[in-house]
Design a protein around this ligand. Structure first.
Ligand code: PEP
Ligand code: MN
Length: 341
């Protein structure tokens, strides 16, 4: 349920009401909005709890949260959330641009890519060091060596680093080097991993599982939010359908739908969503046009030499040209796409 505080409720009254919620055995999430402060009380509740909370000083009303997801819902926080992580800003009129190779392959490769994507207007660098591959015989990533190379690329360019963490036991290690922890599509329902990233002070990019519904994605986000991490970005990266001409099917309506259900920002991944470099530029532009809060794009200096996902990676000039098109659309709709150039 949501405890809506009175407009003039002091910080002390908010804290007292939150303490009362916790004393009832529920978890209290205090959400300070521009209009009012609310407390989301999550847990196994009973009717008499609602009645007794309504009498707490400073409380205006207590209402149930109808959506199955709670802290993620617009009912709890009607204003869009802006997620900041170093140079990356995603949401609330800022369309972040995360670009870089599927995998970190060498220091030279990642630094060269970071410099080029930054010059083209990207606001964060992506690159996998721990790779969840469909086949155990495919390249699995450079692991900690790769993380160190990403940190070097950040030192050289100032770009925030987005990289995947595949297991709970690696969260601490990856968080040491990364600004944003990516939860891959295959791990969207790895609930222990979601809880683990919910407990660290790093933003999280949560990818939709290819067979997961939107409600399942939001409930997965709820696992992270519930641990107290508020910097969660949702990522549509395409779903499995009967269509075989594209690697996955990329539903851009997910952006509009999620904007009507959650305050969390929505990032589109046209690289995995289409699986073909030739389709990626148009889908980047379309994502910006539909109001996505960010795009994540695979970019490689030599896509045909890439150790993973080269066929869906843009080369450096194509990425720069795509950014120009994205900026033109963003300007037309009053959004800031990527860095100001
Ligand atoms: C990736 O970003 O390289 C990746 C593995 O993505 P996904 O988890 O969406 O397949
Ligand atoms: Mn990839």
């Amino acid at each position: 349920m949501i405890i809506v505080m009175k407009r003039d409720a002091t910080e002390e009254l908010v804290q007292r009401a939150a303490a009362k919620v916790e004393k009832m055995g529920l978890k209290a999430h205090v959400i300070v909005g521009t209009e009012r402060t609310v407390i989301a009380a999550i847990g196994d509740k009973r009717e008499e709890m609602r009645e007794s909370l309504e009498t707490v000083p400073g409380v205006s009303k207590v209402v149930p949260i109808l959506a199955p997801y709670k802290v993620a819902s617009l009912e709890v926080k009607p204003e869009p959330t802006l997620v900041k992580a170093g140079s990356l800003e995603v949401g609330s009129g800022k369309c972040g641009v995360i670009a870089g190779p599927c995998s970190v392959e060498s220091e030279e490769q990642i630094v060269q890519t970071a410099q080029a994507v930054k010059a083209a207007g990207a606001t964060a660098l992506r690159g996998g060091a721990f790779k969840p591959r469909t086949s155990p015989y495919s390249f699995q990533g450079l692991k900690e060596e790769g993380l160190k190379m990403l940190a070097t690329a950040r030192d050289e360019t100032g770009l925030a680093v987005v990289t995947e963490v595949v297991a709970s036991e690696d969260v601490e290690l990856v968080a040491k080097y990364a600004d944003v922890l990516q939860i891959g599509a295959r791990n969207m329902q790895n609930y222990r991993l979601l809880e683990a990233v919910g407990r660290v002070d790093r933003a999280v990019l949560l990818k939709r599982g290819p067979s997961a519904t939107i409600d399942e994605l939001l409930l997965a986000a709820e696992y992270i939010l519930n641990e107290g991490n508020t910097r969660v970005m949702l990522c549509e990266r395409g779903i499995r359908t009967f269509e075989s001409h594209t690697r996955f099917t990329l539903p851009l309506a997910t952006v509009s739908y999620l904007h009507q259900k959650t305050h969390l920002p929505v990032v589109i991944d046209p690289s995995h969503g289409t699986g073909h470099a030739a389709l990626v530029p148009d889908m980047c532009v379309a994502a910006v046009a539909i109001g996505a809060d960010g795009i994540i794009v695979e970019v490689h200096p030599e896509p045909d030499q890439a150790m993973s996902d080269g066929y869906q990676s843009l080369d450096l000039p194509t990425f720069a040209a795509t950014m120009q098109r994205c900026r033109a659309v963003a300007n037309a709709i009053g959004v800031q796409c990527g860095a100001e150039i």
